[in-house]
Design a protein around this ligand. Sequence first.
Ligand SMILES: N[C@@H](CCC(=O)N[C@@H](CS)C(=O)NCC(=O)O)C(=O)O
Length: 221
Amino acid sequence: MQITLHHAHEARSMRVLWLLEEFGADYTLRVYDFFNKSLRSEDYLTIHPAGRVPSVEVDGRVMLESGAIAEYLAEQLPAAGLHRGPDHPERMEYLELLHYAETIGQHLANLTQGHIVLYEDWMRSPTQIGLETKRLAKVLTRLEAQLRDGRAYLLTSGFSAADCAVGYGVWLAPRFVSLEKLPHVAAYRDRLMARPALQKALPPEGAKRIYTKDFYEVPDV
Ligand SMILES: N[C@@H](CCC(=O)N[C@@H](CS)C(=O)NCC(=O)O)C(=O)O
């Protein structure tokens, strides 16, 4: 299988990059600068008409949407054991969590816009940032409940593609919210960080990053 991943460091395409590293798959990586409009170039718009990452080319066919890509690749590369098929007892939770990643992702995207993309104080709304921060903390409680029984990963059957999907959000969330009241999520994040495949999906030394602060405070209204 020939795979090309279109990626921007620290963007949602990190889910797919991490997954490819978990597979130990061969792939070609094309990295775009999140800020310099390269995602709006004519060439890239022929791949992703909305100019977003990730997109993948698999044997010459283009696929969009990180959740769908993760599901598809995990299914196509079953030897890695990261898929849970129709007959698996945890199939329902697997699908739910893999797609719950975007419920987390929408708040991260809104906070990225509020704190970073809207770079001048007059552009941003402290009310909107405050609300999105609370909503991000709230959606993480779903994960705290999932992990409360002491399981290492989201499913009792072990690490799966759902961990890469959700794990991206868990990796990023502490830049916006404290995990102090979410101890199981915090410990889960530490376990994810210890995975070599996640480390390989992080930006290399010196690369331009989206997130340059350890913590983005909600601005005063
Ligand atoms: N639901 C899509 C979201 C893709 C998306 O919006 N990605 C962001 C990066 S996190 C992006 O490409 N933003 C560039 C832009 O909006 O110009 C997915 O999960 O693949």
